[in-house]
Ligand binder design. Structure first.
Ligand SMILES: O=C(CO)[C@H](O)[C@H](O)COP(=O)(O)O
Length: 172
């Protein structure tokens, strides 16, 4: 992952790898365990290195914020190129992830939101609601997410503005 002048993670190795051979941290709460397992199998078969950060126990209710903090921390500290979080709706998860400096998490539930999260927002975390999507659509959008490149240009300027907000600095 490169670090730009504003000291936050920018376009990452993923765009260089064009969707292959990335280090991916993944987590799910109790609502997302089956989908997490399915995505791990698929991404591993595609040649990615997948780090399953939990939860691991089926039938046990868990809180999602610590899982979000963990996988996002792996991205921010450079141990992972990108992260996936699976929840029930994914709404709380995307809120939690976006509290972490350097994280741009997108809640993706169709092809449009998925493409925009990468092309415009350079999202480094994708959040999926296992109760919102079919497993087949989840696989499709994860594939799309990993192969969609950030467009840069005016979108980079907006990300720079978001980074200023994150740092509590005035927008110029
Ligand atoms: O998607 C989620 C948060 O946005 C969680 O999966 C959901 O809130 C968990 O709820 P419950 O404990 O009732 O299964």
């Amino acid at each position: 992952m490169s670090t730009g002048p504003l000291d936050y993670p920018q376009t990452d190795q993923a765009t260089v790898n064009e969707g292959r051979g990335m280090r991916i941290a993944i987590a799910a709460d109790h609502n997302g365990l089956a989908l997490k397992a399915r995505l791990i199998a698929r991404l591993t078969a595609q040649g990615h290195e997948v780090d399953d950060r939990g939860a691991h126990a089926d039938g046990v209710t868990v809180d999602y914020p610590p899982l979000c903090a963990d996988v996002c921390g792996r991205v921010v500290d450079g141990h992972a190129d990108r992260a996936i979080v699976v929840g029930g709706s994914g709404m709380g998860e995307v809120i939690a992830c976006n509290k972490i400096r350097g994280i741009r998490a997108g809640l993706c539930h169709d092809r449009f939101t998925t493409e925009i999260s990468r092309a415009h927002n350079d999202a480094n975390v994708i959040v999926i609601g296992a109760k919102v999507l079919s497993p087949e659509l989840a696989e499709e959008i994860v594939d799309l997410w990993f192969t969609t490149r950030f467009k840069g240009g005016p979108h980079q300027q907006r990300l720079d503005q978001i980074a200023l907000l994150e740092r509590g600095e005035p927008l110029t």
